[in-house]
Ligand binder design. Structure first.
Ligand code: ZN
Length: 262
């Protein structure tokens, strides 16, 4: 295999290094990053894409080469091709995991990468750690022809607000279905039934795996918890408020509702 064809998913903090093309962006290809004056803190093998090996890298301060730029991964949605975007999401999670798991959580010794799988082990006490993924549920609750949506404030998206389906992290000891019941009850005081699996999506920005469900309303009046939710309501498909962008599984759930409850 030719050396030239290594694809580099290089991150500086949470920003991805991309090359500007006529009609979008691409992931830089080169034998190693020293070619553009970068001296990565750590690199990680990600897998193969289009017969090319892909690596992620954690960049230290460097000057950005001409024709390239650092962009938040989220804003590159739709501007990179789908496979590259998914690989970049994997890269972001792996880079962050590698950076924050250099020492054993039990005894504090420096850990080593396991050779036969993506894991780190402690040579002193033997503790084994895999990349951390935090499962979270998102739930589309339906009452007759209306969908339950809650106001979300997104500081990481420039402080914009939009309405979305309910979501929350799974707690230890909880099934996904129990989590749906609890989150909906806690956030808006509503009881649900008929919880059905919808689909899932890795969410690299918070190291999560989003697991989507639909559910039917059983009872209760909407009472926002005033912590995670300050405003919520029932919305018909023809009167939807400002909803999230196409990138998210929440949007797929809302689109599914719009198509099936017109
Ligand atoms: Zn240890």
């Amino acid at each position: 295999m030719k050396n030239e064809s290594v694809q580099w998913f290089a991150f500086y903090k949470d920003l991805l290094l991309v090359a500007r093309e006529k009609d979008g962006f691409t992931i830089p290809c080169m034998p190693n990053l020293s070619k553009i004056g970068a001296n990565p803190i750590r690199t990680q093998y990600l897998g193969m894409l289009n017969n090319r090996p892909c690596f992620s890298a954690e960049l230290s301060d460097m000057s950005i080469p001409e024709g390239m730029l650092l962009e938040p991964l989220r804003s590159l949605f739709g501007l990179l091709n789908e496979e590259e975007y998914a690989m970049a999401g994997t890269g972001l999670q792996i880079v962050n995991w590698d950076k924050t798991h250099q020492y054993c959580g039990r005894c504090g010794a420096g850990v080593k990468d396991k050779e036969d799988e993506r894991a780190k082990y402690c040579p002193d006490c033997g503790l084994l750690n895999y990349p951390r993924i935090s499962p979270a549920i998102i739930a589309a609750v339906i009452k007759e022809d209306s969908l339950l949506l809650a106001l979300r404030y997104a500081p990481t998206l420039g402080g914009i607000s939009f309405y979305s389906v309910l979501s929350g992290y799974v707690e230890p000891g909880e099934t996904l279905e129990q989590c749906v019941h609890r989150e909906v009850r806690e956030e808006v005081g509503i009881e649900v039934k008929n919880i059905r699996y919808f689909g899932s999506q890795p969410w690299p920005f918070s190291g999560s795996l989003m697991v989507g469900f639909t559910a039917d309303y059983v009872g209760g009046d909407i009472v926002p918890d005033n912590k995670e939710v300050t405003e919520a309501g029932w919305f018909r498909a023809d009167k939807l408020p400002h909803i999230p962008g196409k990138i998210s599984l929440s949007r797929k759930l809302i689109d599914w509702f719009s198509q099936n409850y017109r």
